[in-house]
Write a protein that binds this ligand. Structure first.
Ligand SMILES: [Zn+2]
Length: 169
């Protein structure tokens, strides 16, 4: 499984593009998404086209993950960012953090995954629409102490190490 069977990809609008939506209710605590893709080194990343670079995310200081096939991108790549996400990241799996109702959009907080080691990343303005929206999302958001407090050990391992290192300084 890459996406839970009760989820479906839908077009939202020009500014948000595609998103993943709940078509039948999902209980809190279910695995809703497992990331797929292949790992590229930083050198390989910089050989990609800008469009392809937009479809990657960092998984280590010098590594990114990209879709297995840029021409047939699997659905889990279309999950949008939210500053108030309804998933948590636990040991490489995305888990629903509440009961999810039909029609709800599946989201995660990109701050758990993204840092700026390879290139600056930002979504500005953020279009998540949640009442706790940070206004923009950037690859430096892991430095925000409220987010470190909120997400604790949910950050990707390499981001976790950056946080721990920053606290030791
Ligand atoms: Zn937001």
């Amino acid at each position: 499984m890459a996406l839970h069977k009760n989820l479906i990809k839908k077009w939202i609008n020009e500014s948000k593009g595609w998103g993943i939506f709940v078509k039948e209710p999902i209980k809190k605590g279910e695995i809703v998404m497992i990331d797929s893709g292949r790992v590229l080194t930083a050198q390989e990343y910089f050989l990609l086209s800008p469009e392809q670079q937009n479809l990657t995310y960092q998984i280590d200081l010098d590594k990114v993950i990209v879709p297995n096939d840029f021409n047939h991108i699997s659905d889990e790549w279309f999950v949008n960012h939210s500053c108030t996400p309804n998933t948590i990241l636990s040991q490489g799996k995305w888990i629903s953090s509440k009961d999810l109702n039909e029609g709800e959009e599946l989201t995660h907080d990109y701050a758990l995954v993204w840092a700026n080691d390879l290139e600056p990343f930002e979504i500005n303005p953020c279009l998540c629409g949640s009442k706790d929206c940070r206004g923009k999302m950037t690859g430096d958001d892991w430095k925000i102490s409220e987010l470190q407090e909120k997400y604790k050990n949910q950050f990707m391992p390499y981001v976790m190490e950056k946080i721990e290192k920053a606290h030791r300084l």
